[in-house]
Design a protein around this ligand. Structure first.
Ligand SMILES: [Zn+2]
Length: 396
């Protein structure tokens, strides 16, 4: 199983221009390789393979110092990209095109990656012959036993990113489930867990965005000052989305650590976003992203994630299964059977029940769980509105 870690970087000013130089040479090599393939085909009717081109590369590197100074592995990555583009042409059509050098934005390494990433004190540094020193900022821990399979360095509008792809072992799911959880994703609270824990809604502070937006609109379009203001605005958006991403990583890691079966709602985001009033808030909560992260992290931790149809979970009584109709403004679930609890906790328990009936089979989970849940319900309900157990405190 491959897991990719996207990381921010720290590169000196001189390093950046060096990087640009390598990108330019890469584009040149790609174009030369493409031309050579076309020529060869015209003259002999045969196509040139990746290996033929690697041989050519050796000759080029022997003659031209600029290429000699840079690790051959980087250029083999370029040739392999060309090779892939060719193979794609035969299966999907679309003949490979020549690339203009300023649009060549990434460097790929697929070989001997393990030797290139080094620890220097408490820093993680990428050291590749011909490239500047690239300090890699890891926001989460890299897998200690993972095999580094690929490195991709990408030059983006605002910064340079490094993606590290590790091959990690899949952990077999635990056979016996002892600590499952159902998660209700809501509008008023971000998450409500079936054991009563809640994660508060994230409120984005938009004042800076609004200020920068205003500053953009006051400036003359396409002027230098306008361009500067646009860049500042783009940076602010980037900052907000980075923060959100980090937060979702921490939140999902925390949840995976606490439970061994995680039941979530299968989302129908497309339909939901059509309702324009809710759209923004749903978008901000980034549900889909969270589920993806839960799945990813669960897989390597041997935790199961089950997605269930959430229809009716807020109306159903988690104690007796009766339907108790209530509008969105009613925050407490009250049933004739005696169950009184927070509306979202009730929904989360229903979600958990549905997940258990899917996950079960091997084990007699159902009967054991019902007993467990009854005990839990007594402990939990009714939850005080607004109680923050805070799995992780929102940092925004
Ligand atoms: Zn009931």
């Amino acid at each position: 199983m491959i897991r990719t870690y996207k990381c921010r970087t720290k590169i000196s000013r001189a390093g950046h221009s060096r990087l640009d130089q390598v990108l330019r040479l890469s584009a040149e090599l790609y174009n030369a390789g493409l031309e050579s393939r076309i020529d060869c085909y015209k003259k002999t009717g045969k196509s040139r393979s990746y290996f033929d081109q690697c041989k050519e590369l050796t000759e080029v590197r022997a003659e031209i110092q600029e290429f000699k100074d840079i690790s051959a592995i980087l250029f083999r990555g370029v040739l392999s990209r060309l090779d892939k583009a060719y193979k794609r042409f035969f299966t999907h059509g679309g003949f490979p095109r020549f690339k203009s050098s300023h649009r060549w934005r990434s460097i790929e390494v697929n070989d001997q990656c393990g030797n290139m990433l080094k620890r220097e004190g408490n820093k993680t540094v990428l050291r590749i012959k011909g490239l500047p020193r690239i300090e890699v900022k890891t926001s989460r821990e890299l897998p200690p036993n993972g095999l580094l399979r690929a490195i991709r360095i990408t030059r983006k509008a605002l910064r340079t990113e490094v993606a590290l792809s590790y091959e990690v072992e899949r952990t077999e799911p635990v056979a016996e489930i002892t600590n499952p959880v159902g998660i209700d994703m809501g509008i008023t609270k971000r998450l409500t867990l079936s054991d009563g824990k809640t994660v508060e809604k994230r409120v984005i502070n938009r004042s800076e965005i609004i200020r920068l937006q205003r500053s953009v609109s006051r400036k003359k379009k396409e002027s230098n000052n306008w361009k500067k203001a646009v860049l500042l605005l783009a940076r602010e958006w980037q900052r907000i989305s980075d923060k959100e991403r980090d937060y979702l990583h921490r939140l999902s890691a925390e949840i995976v650590k606490m439970y061994d079966l995680i039941v979530v709602e299968k989302l129908r985001t497309k339909n939901m976003v059509r309702n324009s009033k809710l759209a923004r808030s749903i978008h901000e909560q980034s549900w889909g992203k969270l589920i993806t992260l839960l799945n990813e992290k669960a897989e390597s931790a041997g935790v199961r994630v089950v997605e269930v149809d959430p229809r009716g979970t807020s109306q159903e009584c988690s104690g007796c299964g009766a339907t108790v109709k209530k509008s969105l403004s009613v925050r407490t679930h009250r049933c004739e059977c005696g169950v009184v609890m927070d509306r979202d906790v009730n929904a989360a328990i229903n979600i958990l029940h549905r997940g258990i009936s899917i996950a079960g089979g091997k084990l007699d989970l159902e009967s054991r769980m019902v007993g467990r849940m009854e005990m839990k319900r007594a402990e939990v309900g009714p939850v005080r509105p607004g109680t923050v157990y805070g799995v992780v405190n929102s940092s925004t």
